[in-house]
Design a protein around this ligand. Sequence first.
Ligand code: NAI
Ligand code: MG
Length: 353
Amino acid sequence: RTFSIAVIDGDGIGPEVTAEARKVLNAALENDDATLHYTEYSLGTRHWLETGETLHDETLEKLRSHDAILFGAVGADPQDQRIPSGVIERDLLLKLRFELDHYINLRPTRTYPGVSTPLASTEDFDFVVVREGTEGPYVGNGGSLRRGTTQEIATEVSVNTAHGVRRVVADAFARAVSRRGHLTLVHKHNVLTHSGSLWRRTVEEQAALNPQVSWDYMHVDAATIHMVTNPQRFDVIVTDNLFGDILTDLAGAVSGGIGLAPSASINGAGTTPSMFEPVHGSAPDIAGRGIADPTAAILSAGLMLDHLGVKDAAGRIEQAVNAQMAEWAERNTGGGLGSAERGDAYVSRIKAL
Ligand code: NAI
Ligand code: MG
């Protein structure tokens, strides 16, 4: 099996961590019948400065032909006056997500060996947030009346369709089945009654189809408390675009490692390539020094293999990262390692599995 992978390594530490992810992918696939064929795309701030383009329609069409997209990070140094704020995020990241219909935004969140969390308890946890990616208040459905006056009225209407909610909830149930069998719907249906009711009815309907999954409901404000006081109670969280955006940042924070958290933007129907990327950005403060932690990019590459159905190699990456992090923790030798040293250590682990 050969898979065609688009690589957008982007700006700042994006190329540094993506290079390590590719090393680890190659090692994980060495004795596997799957092969990856890479095509590089130059997109991001550098590309914008050179060409004035964020994402040309022709490039988007080319991207559609791949099996998956491996993404590093994009984004300008906030000190750089040449780049208007938000251009790259809106015209590149959001455009990719909407055009490629990435309706599942996945952020697995867990404790990592030797990495302390800001939580009082040291007990391990492991949950995944399934955030809806194409609807909700992020669709740009709104406007402003009497703009600029003291009578201004601005609206931002959240769009929730039966089709859109059902497909992401169905995906979340499927993930719960292959995990610990529990799902939590997070919403605010006591106040947002129209969309909340649709989400709740959809979860009830899917729950009936998945009797082996237990489920509960939590208001989003309560969920922020539980994520800090008792994250062990979560297995799969399913939620809308806005709540998911906020909750996944909190999830990243409670896991204790910005350089460790992977993510995936998935088209569950498989009609367009899904995209795999670390949660972190381009980190201009450390870019070019070879010290960025490539672990998040490497775990994201593992999610990509898993999504492509290359399960054994995906498992090898996860296992190697865990074992290596545990060893660094035990021997207290992880600190101060460079990106390439970390990448090489994971590669050696994989070869030794
Ligand atoms: P950031 O995630 O790039 O950096 C935040 C802090 O975490 C920095 O101190 C950075 O040095 C550190 N950090 C991040 N990744 C690390 C790693 N792998 N190893 C060690 N330390 C790491 O977020 P920030 O500074 O808010 O944004 C910088 C640029 O990245 C901005 O232009 C922003 O728009 C963009 N961005 C892009 C994202 C993407 O491409 N998906 C996501 C988030 C931000
Ligand atoms: Mg966010």
